[in-house]
Ligand binder design. Structure first.
Ligand code: ADP
Ligand code: MG
Length: 466
């Protein structure tokens, strides 16, 4: 993060306000999204906190950040600071050039090389495969939740271009999709060091397409993508509504399959669940093998904790791992967070890892989980927020101004309480469980697409969790 915050740009307190905002976004956004769009931002906070200016590397990024993230950033700053903060976006001045590329004009930090630099000798590292060598099959714990996906991925890494092409892996956040695709790339390269492998996040692909378009370098773009042996493309749900990108991806896809190169994709949903992606692409996605990764079961969570602790040079007693695994259930990323806290706490206090220590280290986390959130509380909070009557939560009224908050409340009830669908239906005026299920699916689907809804839900969740 250091290069994103040159000292002197922001005053101390302003710096920490911005840092707090960035930290929060790091938790809320998918890692790739965060790394691509938020991490490179540099902010300047006015002395009196009245204004925050965010510097963005180039025009394209500026438009993107403005469209996708400003309302969210403004909302966070306001929450953190306690008052609205004016947010401004500006192009970064040339002076503090972030990287030392020769052509700073439209250079995007972290992106692939300029066309002119593609020649091997210009810089041997230029054809970057963007693989993270730390993410391998060796350190990907196997369990019922990921067995199928892992086996298929292994198979592809061993004999690419044959079965299961494309391999489409889907599942919720933090379940190991990104890890798995990197593992495929790393294994293939270990077996065949000369193979042309590329890992790319879908958002980065979008940005590559836009650049090729702006610079009229589609030939290089095509050459680069169409020459691969293995394309690993992460989070393809981000192709939604990006027509030009979808077209280019379709072309690359066809070209790669024709020459028996392998394509591995991930997404937060199965192909037919994707929205705003052309039908012909969706059907291609589904034409190989589609596998899900589920949230890890208890034993798998225990194994992951013990493995990760060991990788950090620490033995975690099984009973402690069970304690943590029972309390942290959502996904592997959260497990890792809990483990980091425990390790830091143990090192800092020079105490052995025990259940007691884990309980102390995770106090905040456990408290949040223990605080019971009731459906009644959710109904009241949501009704207040959308300015409707609590009674409308149980009423049979159907106008959207009421039905939607009601669906949001159902969604939150499912998310934040242990109640079953029929129980929730009962508490919403005796509705059928399928009505609740429909609401849950609808809101969670829309949440992925609509920044504003996502932000509202976030506020509601924060309010409810206290
Ligand atoms: P996703 O892409 O599905 O959101 P990631 O691949 O980023 O999830 O995984 C989140 C974190 O959890 C990463 O640090 C990853 O290494 C780790 N992780 C996920 N699944 C496993 C697993 N089965 N074994 C070990 N680590 C895992
Ligand atoms: Mg991922």
């Amino acid at each position: 993060m250091s290069e994103g915050h040159p000292s002197g740009l922001a005053s101390g307190a302003g710096d920490s306000l911005w840092q707090a905002c960035v930290d929060q976004l790091a938790q809320e956004l998918p890692e790739q999204q965060f790394n691509t769009w938020i991490k490179p931002l540099v902010a300047q906070v006015a002395d009196d906190f009245s204004k925050v200016t965010i510097f963005v590397a180039n025009r394209f990024k500026l438009d993107w950040v403005r469209a996708q993230y400003t309302s969210r950033i403004a909302g966070l700053l306001e929450k953190l600071y306690g008052q609205p903060v004016q947010l401004e976006l500006a192009l970064a001045p040339r002076e503090p050039v972030v990287r030392t590329y020769a052509s700073p004009a439209v250079q995007e930090p972290g992106l692939a090389a300029e066309p002119g630099e593609m020649a091997e000798d210009a810089s041997p590292a230029v054809f970057k495969n963007r693989l993270n060598t730390a993410l391998t099959f060796d350190n990907l714990v196997e369990g019922t939740a990921n067995r199928m996906a892992r086996a298929a991925a292994m198979h592809v890494a061993g004999t690419p271009g044959q079965l299961y092409n494309p391999l489409f892996i889907y599942g919720g956040v933090g379940l190991g999709k990104t890890h798995l695709v990197h593992a495929v790339g790393n294994k293939l390269l270990a077996d065949r060091p000369g193979a042309k492998v590329l890992y790319i996040h879908a958002e980065q692909f979008v940005s590559d397409v836009v650049k090729a378009y702006q610079r009229k370098t589609f030939d290089e773009f095509k050459e680069r993508y169409h020459s691969l042996d293995l394309l690993l493309i992460d989070d393809v749900q981000f192709f939604a509504n990006k027509d030009r990108t979808q077209e280019e991806f379709f072309n690359a896809f066809e070209a790669l399959l024709a020459k028996k190169s392998h394509i591995v994709m991930t997404s937060d949903t199965y192909p037919k669940g994707l929205t705003d992606i052309h039908e012909r692409l969706v059907s291609r996605f589904d034409s190989g093998l589609t596998v899900a990764i589920e949230p890890p079961e208890l034993e798998m969570r225990v194994a992951i904790l013990i493995n990760k602790a060991r990788a950090e040079g620490t033995e975690m007693p099984e009973e402690v791992a069970f304690f943590v695994a029972k309390n942290v259930r959502s996904n592997v990323r959260e497990l890792e967070g809990a483990l980091r806290k425990i390790l830091a706490y143990s090192r800092f206090n020079q105490k052995e890892i025990s259940i007691l220590l884990a309980r102390e280290a995770l106090r905040d986390l456990l408290q949040i989980q223990n605080r019971q959130i009731s459906v009644e509380n959710i109904q009241k909070t949501v009704a207040d927020y959308y300015k409707i009557k609590v009674a409308d939560m149980y009423s049979k009224k159907r106008p959207a101004s009421i039905a939607r908050p009601r669906q949001i409340a159902m969604y939150l009830a499912k998310e934040l309480t242990q109640k079953s669908l029929p129980e929730i239906g009962e508490l919403f005026g005796g509705r059928d469980h399928t009505t609740v299920l429909h609401a849950v699916r609808k809101i969670s689907g829309e949440r992925q697409q609509l920044t504003e809804l996502n932000q509202q839900l976030h506020v509601l969740e924060q309010t409810l969790k206290g």
